[in-house]
Design a protein around this ligand. Structure first.
Ligand code: PTJ
Length: 246
């Protein structure tokens, strides 16, 4: 029971939801640690979407709309936090959805696919192959999915796959609250925002962009701008907090 008047009520509800999803085999135990790291950075960003992240979300929509074969790659945390939002984004962007796990087991693949399907997501299926140049099971993906994608959206990633996808010549949009992470640093477009805020914002932007606007916005993406702006936001916020103590 989480008391309604607890100052961290909303965050505690999310933690409980993820802990339950871990007990059901959707989220890996390590996924709870990942959420904790995300929470820490969200604290530093003021737990709201910055103006810079909102611009990145609009750019992400433009990139999805103008890609030939966009794929949304889903892991355990993203499925547990955002199944319905992924269904909405798939409808708005026309992107395919593929499950790709770091802690991969057939049981988790099945449970996550079922959870997404229940929420209305059309999940790609087929025989996975080791197509991504990685030594672990994140190398496994579908030839007609991530294998053929020109753009991959990777919410909440774990580091080395983003660089490997870039090496394969793909554009990558990452959603990651940590602007210092390898994923954010190597993505074509890093979105430094909480995944539950980011995905609905991308969906809303898909509905508001004309094809010409999308193409123009997607053609000139400079990911480093968003990293600088996120780090600036954190520095400003820490200075404000420090001044308030004086
Ligand atoms: O389901 P699996 O087996 O594929 O495993 C998924 C996890 C998340 C366990 C795996 O990818 C992993 O270990 O990830 P990391 O290395 O902990 O990285 C996750 C990144 O996502 C970190 O940089 C966090 O700051 C960030 N993050 C965590 N929660 C959120 C987040 N970013 C946005 N929204 C969140 N809710």
């Amino acid at each position: 029971m989480i008391p309604e008047d607890h100052p961290r009520h909303a965050a505690l509800v999310v933690r409980e939801h993820l802990a339950n999803a871990m007990r059901r085999g959707i989220v890996a135990p390590e996924g709870l640690i990942a959420q904790g790291r995300g929470e820490a950075f969200d604290y530093l960003l003021g737990e709201q979407t910055t103006e810079s992240a909102a611009r990145a979300e609009r750019t992400a929509a433009a990139m999805l709309l103008s890609a030939r074969n966009p794929v949304i790659s889903v892991n355990g945390n993203t499925a547990a936090l955002c199944a319905a939002a992924i269904a909405d984004l798939q409808r708005a962007s026309g992107a395919a959805v593929e499950v790709n796990l770091f802690h991969r087991t057939e049981e988790r693949m099945r449970a996550i696919t079922a959870l997404l399907a229940e929420a209305g997501v059309e999940v790609l299926s087929g025989e996975p192959e080791r197509l991504i140049p990685l030594s672990h099971d994140r190398a496994l993906c579908l030839q007609h999915g991530i294998g053929a994608a020109d753009l991959v959206l990777v919410p909440l990633e774990d580091g080395d796959r983003c660089a490997a996808l870039r090496q394969m010549g793909k554009r990558v949009i990452a959603v990651d609250l940590n602007p210092l992470s390898r994923t954010a640093q190597t993505a074509t477009l890093p979105i430094i925002d909480e995944v539950r805020r980011a995905l609905p914002a991308i969906t809303a932007a898909c509905a508001s962009l004309t094809p010409a606007e999308a193409e123009a916005l997607a053609a000139s993406v400079d990911g480093s701008v968003y990293l600088h702006q996120a780090i600036d936001s954190i520095v400003r916020r820490l200075q404000e907090v420090e001044h308030a103590l004086e």
